[in-house]
Design a protein around this ligand. Structure first.
Ligand code: PMP
Length: 344
């Protein structure tokens, strides 16, 4: 970084995006292509690329509001849920402490550093479950992924409700992985005016490259997030992303088929890893979080990489673990047979 940079920055380190040749099980993308409808709608939208996109994303908001049973004014879209999280930080975390777990999505820490916010970190319990009492007691702005990453563990809605009801402060439930088997908190936004649910098209809808995410909340909170969005990047959602999102929403059968296949491949992977003596959390996401007693997390990461499979290895409390994205069942069979060869 140059000497002109006005303050030191610690940017987020995204998972590797290698050129090809490796089986990518490291950034929780879908192994399936986008719905053919999404591809066709996006291609069609390219014909009108001379125009700016609709900053209100009206067509998408109308379709999503029907799908979720909320009003369009309860929705705001951005180029990925990371952008929504960024806008929420800008809206609520100047002068208020963000609150999140010690083992959770790394972007919250990055954003805290970026905004100079002094985060309150709550330790997960020894079994990696969320300390719900500690979150319920915390002031500040709560960031809680459900299910959590990288553990994959989900909280029941009653716990989310307890945290939302306990104090008058913003609670952001990050539902990036909700479609793989967790109950959504979207139905609670009418009851809790302090609750924001963030969602993404990146995982269950196979559109990580299109960049499309959104928040669902009471209209006043949506107005806050829109105020930041319109201050920074009103056109952040491209026409192509919007069109792809609309196409995806129109193809419920494809969406259901893909997530069922991932849930099935997850069950296979968890069973197979446990059969090989791994400790594996009960993941409700499209990844598994696993630890072997025979090889360290770092060794397993390196050995798999040498064999052409990319998984994710983190430090700190996750040091012994690897996080493995659930791909197609055939991918997971290849992973398991490589692990069998690696284990002593
Ligand atoms: N939240 C969590 C918990 C995530 O793991 C991710 C993906 N890295 C995101 C949000 C952001 O997803 P996107 O910006 O692609 O919507």
């Amino acid at each position: 970084m140059s000497r002109y940079l006005s303050r030191p920055l610690e940017p987020y380190v995204p998972g590797e995006q290698p050129g090809g040749g490796l089986l990518k099980l490291n950034t929780n993308e879908s192994p399936f292509p986008p719905s053919p409808h999404a591809i066709a709608y996006a291609a069609d939208s390219a014909r009108r690329a001379e125009l700016y996109p609709d900053p209100e994303c009206k067509a998408l908001a109308a379709a999503m509001s029907k799908s979720l049973g909320v009003k369009p004014e309860n929705l705001v879209f951005a180029d990925g849920s990371d952008s929504i999280l960024n806008y929420a930080f800008a809206a609520y975390c100047t002068g208020r402490r963000p609150v999140f777990a010690d083992l959770t999505y790394g972007f919250y820490k990055t954003l805290s550093g970026f905004y100079g916010a002094d985060a309150q970190i709550i330790r997960l319990n020894d079994d990696f479950t969320v300390d719900v009492d500690a979150f319920a007691d915390a002031d500040g702005v709560i960031f809680l992924p459900n299910p959590n990453a990288p553990t994959g563990l989900a909280l029941p809605l009653s716990d989310i409700e307890r945290i939302a009801a306990s104090r008058d402060r913003i609670v952001i439930v990050d539902e990036a992985y909700v479609d793989f088997g967790t109950e959504s908190a979207v139905g609670l936004i009418g009851k809790y005016k302090n609750l924001i649910v963030t969602r993404t098209f990146s995982k269950s809808r196979s559109l990580a490259g299109a960049r499309l995410g959104f928040a669902v909340a009471d209209a006043e909170l949506i107005a806050d997030i829109n105020a930041v969005k319109y201050s920074l990047d009103p056109y952040c959602v491209t026409s192509h992303a919007m069109a792809a999102g609309l196409g995806s929403l129109a193809d419920t059968d494809y969406f259901d088929a893909c997530r069922e296949r991932i849930i099935d491949a997850r069950a296979y992977t968890v069973d197979a890893l446990r059969g090989l003596g791994f400790y594996v959390t009960n993941s409700a996401a499209n990844f598994v979080f696993a630890k072997s007693c025979a090889v360290s997390g770092g060794e397993l990461y390196r050995a798999l990489r040498e064999r052409g499979i990319l998984v994710r290895h983190f430090g700190g409390r996750a040091e012994d673990f690897v996080r493995i994205t659930v791909g197609k069942k055939s991918d997971m069979k290849r992973l398991i047979s490589e692990i069998e060869r690696i284990l002593p």
